[in-house]
Design a protein around this ligand. Structure first.
Ligand code: SF4
Length: 734
C-alpha cells in the first residue's frame, strides 16, 4: 500500500500497564526536575514522566530523566555486603554486621596507629541531604577525621570559592526565572542544551519571548554556541583576561553603576587599577577574541537594563576557576547586576544534590555554611549535637584532590568512598591507581559493585540508589525538592542513611549523640539549625515541599506562619541594596592578575585537549552506560577533530586513533567536525579508562579543583584498526 502523505500517523506510546505514579526529584543533574515514576501491577517501575505543575520543568524531562525508571534494575547493582583480605583477591559474601564491624574496626585501628586524620572519607553530590547531614555528624562528631570531602571538589568548588571570595558566603544568588527578566545573557563555558537540557528550554523560551542577546564564551562551537548571537571562541584558560578587558572597557567608557558600587562593594579602586592594564587590543593577543568584539560585548552587557551570567565547568575546571567566578561576580557588581530580577551571576551546578552537600554535609566546615575556623560556629554546633567543640578541627582538612597525593605519600592509610568513583573521575588515572594500591584499607559504599574503584576495596557496602530512599535535594536555584521511595533497594542493599546510623552506633556505644532514623525527623533537626542563617529552611517540611513541588531557600518559619498561600521561597538571596555576608555587608571587588600556568600545546603535543559531556550520559556512565536508550546513542569514546586537522594527519571519519599526552594514551574514534578549531580536540569524559588517562589536572590554588579542560596531546595513527576497535570496546566497560 502506498504511503499517503496527508494521512496523520501519530506516534503510539506503548501502554506500560502503569497502575500508580510516585513522586520524586530527578537524580541526575542539578536542574531539579520533578518526576513521577509509574509502577505496574507487580510494583515494578516501568515508566517516567515530568510533573506538569512543577515550576522547574513544567511537565518536561530530558533524555536521561525519561528513562530514569530503568536505573533500578540496571546491571552491576550490589545486593550483598562483600569482604576480602586483600584487594586483588576474590570477594566473599558477608553479613551486614560483619562488614560494618570491619569498617568500624579498621577506622579505629588506623586512627589509633597513625593519627586521627590518617583515615579519609570522600562522598558525593548524589545522596540525599538528610544523608549528607548525618554523614557530617558522624564524621565531625564521632570519627573526627578532618580529611573529609565530597567529589563536588571536581565540579563545584571553584564556584563555592568564588562566591565566598566575592560575597562572603557560598549560595547562588539567582534563579531560572531571571531568564524571564534579563536583557542580556552571557554563558561562560556552559553548554546548556546538552548539560542541563531543561534549564536550556527555560532559557530558550524566555529568549524567544523577549529577544535578549545570547553571548556564548566557549572555545568550541557547542550546541549553545550554535544558537548564540555572538560566539566568543576564547583561548582555553584565558577567561580572566577577557573579563578584565571587558571591565577595562566598562570603566574607560563610564558604563559602570557608581551608585551600586558605592552602596554595596569595597575595592573598586584596586580593581580599576588592575583592569587598566588590560587594554582590549593587548588582551586580544592572549584570549584570542578581537578588540572590537570585546568592546561590543562589554557595552551590550553593561548597557543592558539587567544582565545575567551563567557558567559551568568551562569556568570551574581550570587553574583559574575560582578567579573566573570572581571575575564574573566583578562584572556583575560593577554594573549593579546582583540582586535584581534578570541581573545575577548564576553558577549552574553539576550533580543533582551538589547544593545539598555544599549546604549540609560539613565537608568544608559545619552545617549550613558554618565555618570550622569560627569558634562561635564550633561552639554552636558542639552544643546542638552534644559534642565537645574542641573535638572539631579548627580549619578545614584536605580537599579530595589533595587526599590522593597524601595517600601516595603514606600520610593517609585508610579510605571510605561513598557513591563516588575516583578511578574514573580524577585526572591522571595512573597516579590514582597507584594511590589506591597503597591503601591499607578501603571501603566502597555504592549502589553499583562493579565500579572501577571497588576493584581496590576490602569491604563493599551495597547502597540504595536515588528513589529507593527518602529525603530532599537542592537544585541550582536553591530549590529544595523531595525524593520519595519508589521501590526498595534490591535484596540486602540498604539506604545510605541506614548505613551511616549503623556505623554511628559502633562509635557511640552510649548513644550520646542523636542519630534519628527517619529522614523527616532529620529534616526537622536541620530546619532548627538553619534559623537565621543564609540558607534558612525553617519554614519547610517534607509535606510542604512535596505539595509545592519544591521550595526555594530562604523560606523562614515567619514566612510559613504568615500563611500567605503556597510559598514562593527565596527567588534571590540578595536584593539591589543587598547585605552580603561579609561583616560590613559589602561585596568584594577583587583584582585578578592573570598568570598563565596551564599546560599548552607545543611541537611535541600540538593539540589542546578539551573534555566535556554528552547529553546521553551522566558522569562516569555507571548509570547511563547500562540504560539501553542512553547508551546506544554514544556507546564508544570518540574525539571531535577539525576536518582540516584530520586531513593533515591523514585521518578519516570513523578511524581509530591513539591520543598521547605526557601522562598516558587512549584509543578513540575520530569524528571530523567544524565544532572544534584546528588546534583542538574535544573528548567526552564519560568513558572508562579514557579521558582521565590523558588529563593533567593542575589544581586551582583557591578551590583545589582540577583543570580538566586544559591539556596538550598529540595524535598517532593506528595501522591495526581491528585491534584498536577491540581496545575501544574495552573502554565501554564500567
Ligand atoms: Fe533530570 Fe537534569 Fe534531565 Fe531534568 S534536565 S530530567 S534534572 S537530567
Amino acid at each position: 500500500m502506498l504511503f499517503n502523505r496527508t494521512q496523520k500517523n501519530p506516534v503510539r506510546i506503548a501502554d506500560k500497564g502503569v497502575v500508580e505514579w510516585k513522586y520524586a526529584a530527578c537524580g541526575y543533574c542539578s536542574t531539579g526536575c520533578s518526576i513521577e515514576v509509574g509502577l505496574n501491577a507487580k510494583g515494578r517501575p516501568v515508566a517516567s514522566r515530568g510533573v506538569a505543575e512543577a515550576d522547574v520543568n513544567r511537565g518536561k524531562l530530558c533524555l536521561k530523566g525519561i528513562f530514569e525508571h530503568e536505573l533500578f534494575d540496571s546491571a552491576g547493582r550490589g545486593t550483598h555486603p562483600l569482604m576480602r583480605d586483600n584487594w586483588h583477591e576474590a570477594w566473599q559474601p558477608a553479613d551486614w554486621d560483619t562488614a560494618l564491624d570491619r569498617l568500624h574496626g579498621e577506622i579505629v585501628r588506623i586512627q589509633q596507629r597513625y593519627g586521627r586524620d590518617s583515615f579519609a572519607i570522600i562522598s558525593t553530590g548524589q545522596m540525599l541531604t538528610e544523608e549528607f547531614y548525618t554523614l557530617g555528624k558522624l564524621t565531625r562528631g564521632l570519627i573526627g577525621t578532618n580529611n573529609y570531602d565530597g567529589n563536588t571538589t571536581l565540579c563545584m568548588s571553584s564556584a563555592v570559592s568564588g562566591y565566598k571570595r566575592s560575597f562572603g558566603s557560598d549560595g547562588p544568588p539567582g534563579c531560572y526565572e531571571d531568564f524571564e527578566h534579563t536583557d542580556c545573557l552571557i554563558a561562560w563555558g556552559s553548554n546548556l542544551p546538552e548539560q542541563h537540557p531543561i534549564i536550556y528550554w527555560r532559557m530558550k523560551e524566555a529568549q524567544e519571548k523577549r529577544g535578549f542577546p545570547l553571548i556564548v564564551v566557549d572555545p568550541r562551537v557547542t550546541m549553545l554556541a550554535q544558537n548564540a548571537h555572538i560566539h566568543l571562541p576564547v583561548t582555553p584558560g584565558t577567561d580572566v583576561v577577557l573579563m578584565n578587558a571587558m571591565m577595562h572597557v566598562i570603566f574607560e567608557e563610564g558604563l559602570e553603576d557608581r551608585r551600586y558600587i558605592d552602596a554595596n562593594t569595597t575595592g573598586v579602586d584596586a580593581l580599576q587599577a588592575e583592569v587598566a592594564g588590560y587594554n582590549p587590543a593587548m588582551a586580544a593577543r592572549i584570549c584570542g577574541i578581537d578588540e572590537d568584539t570585546i568592546r561590543n560585548v562589554a557595552r551590550l552587557y553593561a548597557r543592558a537594563g539587567a544582565a545575567m551570567s551563567i557558567w559551568t565547568m568551562g569556568i570551574n575546571q581550570s587553574t583559574h576557576g575560582s578567579d573566573g567566578v570572581v571575575g564574573i561576580n566583578n562584572l556583575a557588581l560593577v554594573t549593579g547586576n546582583i540582586g535584581k530580577p534578570g541581573g545575577t551571576s548564576l553558577s549552574i551546578t553539576g550533580q543533582c544534590n551538589a547544593m545539598g552537600t555544599r549546604e549540609w554535609s560539613s565537608c568544608s566546615g559545619l552545617p549550613n555554611y558554618r565555618l570550622l575556623e569560627d569558634p562561635g560556629h564550633r561552639e554552636e554546633i558542639g552544643a546542638f549535637w552534644g559534642v565537645d567543640p574542641d573535638f572539631f578541627p579548627k580549619q578545614r582538612g584536605l580537599y579530595q584532590t589533595d587526599i590522593y597525593p597524601a595517600i601516595e605519600s603514606g600520610q593517609i592509610k585508610g579510605l571510605w568512598l561513598i557513591a563516588t568513583n575516583p578511578m574514573s573521575s580524577l585526572p591522571n588515572t595512573a597516579r590514582v591507581r597507584k594511590a589506591m594500591e597503597n591503601l591499607e584499607f578501603c571501603a566502597v559504599q555504592d549502589c553499583y559493585q562493579d565500579t572501577e574503584s571497588a576493584q581496590y576495596a576490602h569491604v563493599y557496602l551495597p547502597a540504595g540508589t536515588w528513589a529507593e530512599k527518602e529525603g530532599v535535594m537542592t537544585n541550582t536555584e536553591r530549590r529544595v525538592n523531595l525524593v520519595k521511595p519508589i521501590t526498595p533497594p534490591p535484596e540486602q542493599a540498604k539506604p545510605d542513611l541506614w548505613i551511616f546510623n549503623q556505623v554511628a552506633r559502633r562509635f557511640d556505644t552510649n548513644g550520646t549523640l542523636s542519630f534519628p532514623e527517619k529522614p523527616a525527623e532529620i529534616f526537622r533537626e536541620m530546619t532548627v539549625l538553619s534559623r537565621g542563617r543564609l540558607a534558612d529552611i525553617s519554614g519547610m517540611s517534607h509535606e510542604l515541599i512535596e505539595q509545592c513541588r519544591g521550595v526555594q531557600w530562604p523560606y523562614t518559619q515567619e514566612q510559613a506562619e504568615s500563611g500567605e498561600g503556597p510559598p514562593k521561597g527565596g527567588k534571590r538571596i540578595y536584593t539591589e541594596d543587598a547585605t552580603f555576608s561579609y561583616p560590613d555587608g559589602r561585596a568584594r571587588l577583587i583584582p585578578l592578575p592573570f598568570i598563565d600556568n596551564n599546560e599548552v600545546p607545543d611541537e611535541a603535543y600540538p593539540f589542546w585537549l578539551n573534555t566535556g559531556r554528552l547529553i546521553e550520559h551522566w558522569h562516569g556512565r555507571s548509570k547511563t552506560g547500562k540504560i539501553g536508550n542512553n547508551n546506544k546513542y554514544s556507546p564508544i569514546p570518540f574525539i571531535e577533530i577539525n576536518p582540516d586537522a584530520a586531513a593533515e594527519q591523514g585521518i578519516s571519519m570513523g578511524e581509530y586513533v591513539r591520543l598521547v599526552s605526557r601522562r598516558s594514551d587512549a584509543v578513540v574514534m575520530a569524528m571530523p567536525t567544524q565544532r572544534v578549531p584546528k588546534n583542538m580536540l574535544f573528548l567526552p569524559f564519560h568513558f572508562h579508562d579514557c579521558a582521565n588517562r590523558l588529563t593533567l589536572g593542575l589544581l586551582d590554588p583557591y578551590s583545589r579543583q582540577p583543570a580538566y579542560k586544559q591539556g596538550a596531546v598529540r595524535i598517532e595513527l593506528i595501522s591495526d584498526q581491528k585491534a584498536a576497535a577491540r581496545m575501544s570496546m574495552e573502554m565501554r566497560k564500567f
